[in-house]
Design a protein around this ligand. Sequence first.
Ligand code: SF4
Length: 265
Amino acid sequence: MIDPIKLAVKTEEIVCKCENDVIMRKYWRFRGGKWYGGIATADCVGCNLRCKFCGPLFAMLKRGKCPGEFKSPKEVANILYNIAHKRGYRYVRISGGEPTICFDHLIEIIKNFEHHHFIFILETNGILIGANKDYAEELSRFHNVHVRVSLKGTNPSEFEQLTMASGHFFEYQLRALKNLLDAQVSFHPAVVASFTTPTNIKILQKEIAKISDEVADSLEIEYIVLYPHVVESLLRHKLIPKKAYTTDWRLIDEKEFRFIFIKKL
Ligand code: SF4
């Protein structure tokens, strides 16, 4: 069972480095895409969870090495800016791994967008924000940041089954919501609902409502997308989604998943 706080420290040693007082982080891809109605994305390397449905993570673990290139905050910001500017996007984000690892590097990137009209979306599993109240306070300094906390399952037991991390760290994800609320950061929670039931989602919503009714109402229901690496990883872990999107955006159920992919099991 992994400890995501300790794993974050270990990961930071591998995917971040300091050069001439500049904190660099590894990235494996930059891209534009249709999410949020158009967004420029920097895909960072490294995460402190081991989600069984994570395509990028599976692809990297399969290669057995740590791909990507070290980039300074300025370089990342410039690439994101150029993609967003050229395509007329309003949003930029870091995704692909956990952006709050190398937190100072992240903050430096955000600073580069302070005086632009872009909204910076921080997509996070929330563990480190739950563990460090000051991370939420630091984020509150920026008017153009919105945090999306992606909850991995609806309760500690689902969290443990999906992420390979000890179930009690699920609580850190909820604590992230509380810390962000207290610091008055713009944010909303999302839940990976592909492996749960409507009843458990309702129970989670009640749990979040103890923090705030408004936050509970803003819960986004997220289903995994069956990209090839995601499917490969699911099959490897013998994890069957109850609901998931095909790559042509059809929401399928467990029965159809089994029908399409059963031969590979
Ligand atoms: S938290 Fe996100 S990036 Fe990290 S392993 Fe899970 S799905 Fe992948």
